[in-house]
Design a protein around this ligand. Structure first.
Ligand code: AP5
Length: 225
């Protein structure tokens, strides 16, 4: 199943994408993680992306599209993937559709995460990331067992540079201006499913799993019929 997670920064897309990835045995492709890895390793893509990310702006389409295309063409994406953070502009959405079409595929379902701005600000201001394995925590909502250390690998936890309050506000503005319009695009394509993200993590996971199971059953029926 080919899934897209769409929604504002801090909506919980990455958290839920990890669960779907484990349950459905499909890779979690996060454009943000791929860009941050590129910055870490000092690649040309990373050098181009750095200043945009630090300011809370979108990285130019031609930079992001390349790394996403390369990732989707890897063997582990043959049976599907969950795309988190991509597409973020209409141009990206159209490029993705075209690319999948040439592979004989399409996006099956787009989850649109609906969340209040107050929740987003609270979530991002308390988010902590493991410097070693990238695991995601929250000082209040998903606290590590030992303060400042990752439960999985004991790596040090840090705050993302773009989670500073002024950058979060810029990211929300950019989302409203450049990404929110994709909701209509996918609604018109009849693949949009709305998800309330103002709930507990486990409740959201259950709602997403129910929709995925429904879509999988529908898909099997079409194949048989
Ligand atoms: P990216 O990394 O994609 O960031 P984002 O979309 O802004 O999303 P976040 O990672 O901030 O939030 P999330 O929704 O995944 O929430 P999470 O699960 O972590 O992008 C970063 C930057 O890269 C962009 O600004 C841009 O510059 C660039 N970029 C990336 N993709 C691009 C593209 N396609 N085009 C151009 N530029 C691109 O949850 C947040 C926190 O809340 C965590 O601490 C978590 O533990 C907690 N939490 C999660 N769910 C809940 C819940 N239900 N209740 C309480 N706490 C919760």
């Amino acid at each position: 199943m080919r899934i897209v997670f769409l929604g504002p920064p801090g909506a919980g897309k990455g958290t839920q994408a990890e669960t779907v990835s484990k349950n459905e045995k499909i890779p979690h492709i996060s454009s943000g993680n791929l860009l941050r890895e590129a910055i870490e390793t000092g690649t040309e893509t990373g050098l181009k992306a750095r200043s945009y990310i630090e300011k809370g702006l979108l990285v130019p389409d031609e930079v992001v599209v390349g790394i996403i295309k390369d990732r989707i063409l890897k063997g582990d994406c043959k049976n599907g993937f969950v795309l988190d953070g991509f597409p973020r502009t209409l141009a990206q959405a159209k490029i993705l559709d075209e690319m999948l079409k040439t592979l004989g595929n399409h996006i099956d379902v787009v989850f649109y995460f609906i969340v209040s701005e107050d929740a987003v600000v609270a979530r991002l201001s308390g988010r902590m990331i493991c410097s070693a394995c990238g695991a995601n925590y929250h000082v209040q909502f998903v606290p590590p067992i030992k303060e400042g250390l990752c439960d999985k690998c004991s790596g040090k936890l840090h705050q993302r540079t773009d989670d500073k309050p002024e950058t979060v506000l810029e990211r929300l503005k950019v989302y409203r201006e450049q990404t929110a319009g994709l909701v209509e695009y996918y609604r018109n394509n009849k693949i949009l499913r709305e998800i309330s993200s103002d709930l507990k993590i486990e409740e959201i996971s259950k709602n997403i799993a129910d929709i995925i199971n429904y879509e999988l059953k529908k898909h099997k029926k079409t194949m048989v019929g």
